[in-house]
Design a protein around this ligand. Structure first.
Ligand SMILES: Nc1ncnc2c1ncn2[C@@H]1O[C@H](COP(=O)(O)OP(=O)(O)O)[C@@H](O)[C@H]1O
Ligand SMILES: Cc1cn([C@H]2C[C@H](O)[C@@H](COP(=O)(O)O)O2)c(=O)[nH]c1=O
Length: 625
């Protein structure tokens, strides 16, 4: 997971700096006040150490509105656009980095929603219903407000349902930090969450504190231990629960059979099976499946098959348990025969059945059969293979030594963001180029980002994978030909996780306007856009000025005139080349004040006419005094 490392200085210091934002960028020498950037192993991971506030007063600014607008009355988290323009060497890139940091840590999201508790709950519920739990958690943290109990319950339930347990833990952490005391009901939700997350210590603390230990809480604890692979503790708890006079239900039995399966304890398994028979619980598919699984795991294939035979209302789940069980014992022929039988008896295999069949093919090294079943999923049953099916195919190909085919398969797979696929590939081979693999994972969106910076790939001055400021600070970035391809390149899921997008060298992007509209208005992103407002002839450059009407704020930075040290608003080209786009740095350009711009143009014009005269054809550089 990629994220911005937040600064340790207080929000106040950021606001102070925002009031005096341009002092850092105007001197030609190295400025110690500039924030220091360093890259982590991940080339696009930003690690920004905050700079100290500058004592120097601002040189020049034209903020259209205050930096952090607090105007939003809407519950939908709309984005923002902040534009930074100026001549070369003014500190646009440097400013971009600082703004990204400030926006993402102390930014306007916070200000927007802090004011309105009702909107917060509404927004959180909205995010929750649309499955955007990560964003909901981010919002909770940024606002640092107490949501209402119903919202917390909904969020926790959704985290449990979607298996986003870490988001749930983050919600709990937010409750603790802001001093919210959960009700008994929320405590049980939290207990279930921690049990599912595998943090049994915390789950146990919550369990101990419950005023009344209901069957739900016992079941959650037992299931938590069993899922964590601590079957023994699960069994202990079960016997404890019995001592406390509680009667097991189907969830208890399912967990206990799983515990016995993991311990391969046929003795306990049979004992609990006896209790199940005596209980009044009606035939239950989950219980039967876990019972079969227990017998399979205890290598009692006959008992397992007996359970299957006794199930009156068989369905695809019971069939799948039987097929998977034989698969676990490497009984590939039985798997394929039972699969055929199941179909003949009129049961439609589901994606789990196919997973069992593909795994069996993988264990049996049956590549052709594997392909057959994989293709049959969509063709015959309209089931779209999930990441796990792709992973099973990768596993099958990898195990059969078809690494190249496996790799190509991964790259072409529509769900290549699924970590299991890459896990399977890594597991199947000792990968020679891990960096390349990670790069692909990142591009596929497996590695998530909350902040991304893009520059034009026309800017080849310092290589394509980083933005480098004129005084040498380096920052990893995405170098792109156009902006509208970014979502696709990053991967839609990773894109959705983004809060802030920085765009440098904006003058080179033709689709700047459309991208900014889409990203801010529809996708709710905060955009920080830096670029030249004017070219070397002081004409509007690219579409940078076109986005001013879209912007929440605009800053015009100035540099220092290289000839007199006064404020420099313009960029002078020192060569006689006339194309608008000409990549370069201090070798070709220099920042100048109005007077030296005018003088410079006069000198350049004079030099050009001299150089263009047929008699003189040498030297293209011009010097000024
Ligand atoms: N004439 C110059 N030549 C080289 N570096 C300069 C010059 N003027 C300023 N600088 C340095 O460049 C830094 C700004 O770099 P950067 O943020 O990349 O600017 P921009 O993106 O606006 O071109 C300044 O803080 C200063 O250290
Ligand atoms: C004035 C001017 C500049 N460029 C190029 C030169 C550089 O490669 C970039 C500007 O980079 P910076 O981060 O703002 O220093 O733009 C150009 O192509 N044409 C021009 O007229």
């Amino acid at each position: 997971m990629k994220s911005l490392i937040f600064p340790t200085c207080s929000p106040l210091s950021f606001h102070l700096r925002k009031a005096t934002p341009f002092a850092f960028f105007s001197l030609p020498s190295k400025n110690p006040n500039l924030c220091q950037l360093s890259t982590l192993s991940n080339p696009k991971f930003l690690h920004i150490k905050p700079a100290m506030p500058s004592p120097t007063p601002p040189i020049f600014s034209i903020p259209n509105r205050k930096l952090h607008t607090e105007t939003s009355q809407s519950s939908s988290p709309c984005g923002e656009i902040h534009v930074i323009v100026g001549p070369m060497f003014a500190g646009k890139t440097t400013s971009l980095l600082r703004r990204i940091q400030a926006e993402s840590s102390n930014g306007s999201f916070q200000a927007k929603l802090r004011k309105n508790y009702i909107q917060l709950n509404k927004a959180l519920k909205g995010l929750c219903f649309t499955g955007r739990l990560g964003e909901a958690v981010g919002l909770l943290w940024r606002t640092r407000l107490k949501a209402d109990a119903g919202t917390y319950a909904l969020l926790l339930q959704e985290c449990i349902f979607r298996k986003e347990y870490k988001s749930g833990r983050s919600i709990h952490a937010q409750m603790v930090v802001i001093g919210y005391v959960p009700s008994e009901y929320l405590k049980i939700k939290l207990l279930i969450l921690y049990a599912k997350l595998g943090d049994l210590k915390t789950a146990h603390v919550l369990f101990d504190k419950l005023l009344e230990k209901t069957l739900i809480s016992w079941n959650a604890m037992i299931a938590g231990f069993v899922q964590k692979g601590c079957g023994e503790f699960g069994l202990d708890l079960y016997y404890n629960m019995r001592k406390n006079g509680l009667t097991p239900d189907q969830y208890t039995f399912a967990s206990i059979f799983r515990a016995c399966a993991s311990l391969a304890s046929l003795e306990h398994g049979k004992r609990v099976h006896g209790i199940l028979i005596k209980s009044h619980i009606r035939e239950n598919v989950v219980v039967s499946s876990s019972l079969m699984d227990m017998y399979f795991k205890c290598s009692s294939l006959i008992d397992a098959h007996q359970v299957f035979v006794k199930v009156v209302n068989r369905n695809v789940i019971t069939w799948t348990s039987l097929i998977s069980g034989y698969g676990q014992h490497g009984r590939v022929i039985e798997v394929l025969e039972l699969f055929d039988k199941m179909k003949k008896e009129g049961f439609r295999p589901n994606y789990v059945t196919f997973l069992a069949v593909l795994s069996a093919c993988s264990h049996g090294g049956l590549v052709d059969e594997g392909w057959h079943y994989f293709l049959s999923m969509t063709r015959d049953y309209g089931i779209q293979p999930t990441g796990q099916h792709y992973a099973a195919m990768v596993d099958l190909l990898g195990r059969s030594g078809k690494l190249h085919e496996a790799y190509k398969f991964v790259l072409n797979s529509p769900c290549k963001e699924h970590p299991a696929i890459w896990g399977a590939l890594l597991g199947a081979c000792i990968w020679e180029n891990l960096a390349a693999l990670r790069w692909n994972m990142r591009n596929s969106g497996v590695i998530k980002e909350t902040v991304a910076i893009i520059k034009s790939n026309k800017d080849t001055r310092y290589g394509l994978d980083s933005i480098v400021t004129h005084d040498g600070m380096k920052l990893p970035c995405w170098a792109l030909a156009n902006l509208l391809s970014f979502r696709q390149k990053l991967g839609p899921d990773a894109y959705d996780q983004l809060d802030v997008i920085g765009i440098d060298e904006a003058q080179f992007f033709d689709d700047l306007y459309d991208f900014c509209c889409e990203a801010a208005d529809h996708d709710g992103k905060t955009l920080i856009v830096a670029g030249l407002d004017g070219d070397y002839l002081r004409r509007s450059f690219g579409s940078v000025l076109d986005i001013i009407p879209l912007a929440d704020s605009v800053m015009k930075l100035t540099a220092r005139c290289e000839l007199c040290g006064r404020r420099a608003f313009f960029t002078l080209r020192k060569t006689d080349e006339t194309q608008t786009e000409l990549i370069g740095g201090a070798d070709i350009y220099m920042p100048v004040c109005r007077q030296h711009y005018v003088n410079g143009q006069v000198v350049i014009e004079a030099a050009r006419s001299v150089l263009e005269s047929p008699k003189l054809q040498y030297g293209s550089y011009t010097s000024f005094t």
